[in-house]
Design a binder for this molecule. Structure first.
Ligand SMILES: Nc1nc2c(ncn2[C@@H]2O[C@H](COP(=O)(O)OP(=O)(O)O)[C@@H](O)[C@H]2O)c(=O)[nH]1
Ligand SMILES: [Mg+2]
Length: 261
């Protein structure tokens, strides 16, 4: 008999000036039939995102939480805060990372959860990470200019080659992580500030010998608000990936010692 292990997911959504999309995204996620709650980590958005989230949280006190940080220090810091809070809440079995701007679609999350539960119910130990992937059969990108697509693809190709990570989308941020994996990783050691956090989490997961499954997603460029992507974010990623690649050449076990408890 196949025993299906129950999953309860916390969707962590980092926000900076996402007042136009956060209410509709929250409502779409809350209406999913799967067992999902939401944690929004806002960086004192000047547009009043946190004020709106507080109203939503009043209507859904058990299902929507807000953490307010005093200033914008980047996606990595917001995620570290969200991951740390998740670890204090034993009712959740999995953590989802998802963007606020409708680029990550709830219907793809449903597919990712289905893959997770089918891996959980097989005789194998369940997946530690379900990775949303744009660059695989069934995956797509809608409305990104060619230049941004090229940048993203090059980022993944470089990190995949330099770090020898056999994964097809290292810069995407739509993922599910198991509690078992997050409890094994020193989350404060995943120190990237920008979108390089996604590459570093993949590196930490591989160092912890996680079982990672890929699931195709359609990434849809935002239609409101503005992207927080910047030159500094690209430089951080380039610099860090190169340094990690050199580190692991000279100290092959460095990533395991650094990230895994
Ligand atoms: N809390 C917080 N959220 C951020 C920060 N930078 C980006 N985000 C959020 O991260 C998600 C992805 O950012 P986005 O600007 O859409 O990046 P893009 O899709 O790569 O252009 C969105 O939900 C943003 O609001 C930050 O410094 N702090
Ligand atoms: Mg976006």
């Amino acid at each position: 008999m196949n025993l299906v292990k129950l999953v309860k997911l916390l969707v962590v959504i980092p926000t900076y000036n996402e007042i136009d999309s956060i209410a509709s995204l929250t409502s779409q996620v809350l209406s999913m039939p799967e067992n999902v709650d939401i944690l929004i980590v806002d960086d004192n958005s000047p547009d009043g995102t946190a004020r709106l989230v507080k109203e939503i949280a009043r209507a859904w006190p058990d299902r929507v939480k807000l953490i307010e940080r005093t200033k914008k220090t980047g996606l990595g810091g917001a995620y570290r805060t969200g991951f740390s809070w998740f670890l204090t809440q034993p009712q959740y079995t999995h953590l989802v990372t998802m963007d606020a701007d409708h680029s990550h679609r709830p219907q793809d999350l449903a597919t990712m959860i289905a893959l997770l539960t089918s891996s959980n119910s097989s005789k194998m130990p369940g997946a530690d990470v379900i990775m949303g992937v744009r660059w695989m059969p069934g995956g797509a990108i809608v409305n990104w200019p060619k230049s941004r697509q090229r940048l993203s693809r090059m980022g993944t190709s470089y990190a995949r080659w330099a770090l020898k990570l056999p994964l097809r989308d290292l810069t995407g941020g739509f993922r599910i992580y198991s509690r078992t994996l997050l409890e094994k990783i020193r989350i404060q050691s995943v120190s990237s500030e920008g979108y390089c956090f996604q590459i570093e989490m993949a590196r930490a997961a591989c160092a912890a010998q996680a079982l990672i499954l890929e699931s195709p997603i359609t990434f849809v460029e935002r239609t409101s608000g503005v992207s927080k992507m910047s030159r500094g974010i690209v430089i951080e990623a380039l610099f860090k990936v190169t340094r990690w690649a050199l580190d692991s050449r000279f100290k092959p076990n460095a990533d395991k010692l650094h990230y895994v408890k």
